[in-house]
Design a protein around this ligand. Structure first.
Ligand SMILES: Nc1ncnc2c1ncn2[C@@H]1O[C@H](COP(=O)(O)OP(=O)(O)O)[C@@H](O)[C@H]1O
Ligand SMILES: [Mg+2]
Length: 261
């Protein structure tokens, strides 16, 4: 047994559909990022299949390039995911020139400002020449989101997109993701350890524990009538009773500046 491989994730089966959000919830180390990285093709699964639009996803050549365009990811740490030496414009021009219809520098330039406005970095011209250290954490994550949108993907994986941000700006970013999803009809995988936002921002919830899915179902169903012992513990672990209810009513009322719901 000593030499048998340890699996970070096992037997997980999930489907992402256009216009829907699936939340992957679980404590640290339960395998959420491993799933995200496998779907984004940043890690090779030792078994199993990935299908995109019903076809087995390519692993090389032109197919993998198309896959990478279609499946984009927003990472947990917006500082680590941006290059400190490059400007905001540079970060966005790269995917535009790699995947866009018109790959000229001029066309990419024009699109950069459009993308920045879509993530509420306005006026866009004030942000294009800045580098990551000249932005706040929330602004950096907005740039990372704009970069993910640049290739016009159909799937967006957001791996704990707000857990490293100041509590006061988290909802603004989640509402932004939710608006962009509607506008682009994206299939979204929202990874979090927070049941309250999982319920509010998702249609379906999958609860992970030690590399396996221990519960799945419609978001309200999983939160209101948890079946798995672990889900109940997760719900109870919320810092104080009633916190989720209060948070959710605040989330429902909340509208970030310039953010329509
Ligand atoms: N590259 C790696 N090498 C060895 N173990 C890893 C690696 N990546 C993840 N793991 C292990 O796999 C498990 C799942 O990790 P991860 O997917 O990052 O969990 P989560 O995102 O839910 O916190 C953890 O036990 C972690 O230590
Ligand atoms: Mg993780």
């Amino acid at each position: 047994m000593r030499n048998s491989p340890i699996s970070a994730v096992r037997g997980v089966d999930l489907e992402l559909d256009a216009g829907r959000t699936v939340a992957l919830v679980g404590q640290s180390g339960s395998g959420k990022s491993t799933i995200a990285r496998m779907i984004a093709r940043l890690e090779k699964p030792s078994g199993g299949q990935i299908l995109l639009n019903g076809h087995v996803a390519a692993v090389r050549g032109r197919g993998i390039r198309e896959y990478r365009k279609q499946v984009q990811m927003v990472f947990q740490d917006p500082f680590a995911s941006l290059n400190p030496f490059h400007t905001v414009a540079h970060h966005l021009e790269r995917p535009l020139r790699r995947h866009g219809e018109d790959r000229s520098k001029a066309a990419a330039r024009a699109k950069v400002e459009e993308l920045l406005e879509r993530v509420n970095l306005k006026p866009a011209a004030a942000f294009t020449e800045r580098r990551p250290h000249e932005l706040s954490g929330g602004q950096r994550q907005r740039v990372a989101i704009a970069r993910a949108l640049a290739p016009k993907p159909s799937v967006l994986i957001a791996d704990e997109p707000v857990s490293m941000l100041d509590v006061s700006i988290r909802l603004g970013i989640l509402h932004l993701l939710s608006r962009l999803q509607r506008e682009e009809n994206l299939a979204v995988l929202y990874i979090t350890h927070d049941l309250a936002t999982a319920r509010h921002f998702s249609d379906e919830i999958l609860v992970m524990y030690e590399g396996r899915v221990v519960e799945r179902g419609a978001a309200d169903e999983v939160i209101l009538r948890p079946k798995a012992e672990f889900t109940r513990r997760l719900a109870e672990a919320a810092p104080e009773p009633g916190r989720n209810a209060r948070f959710l009513s605040a989330a429902a009322r909340y509208t970030a500046p310039g953010e329509s719901k």
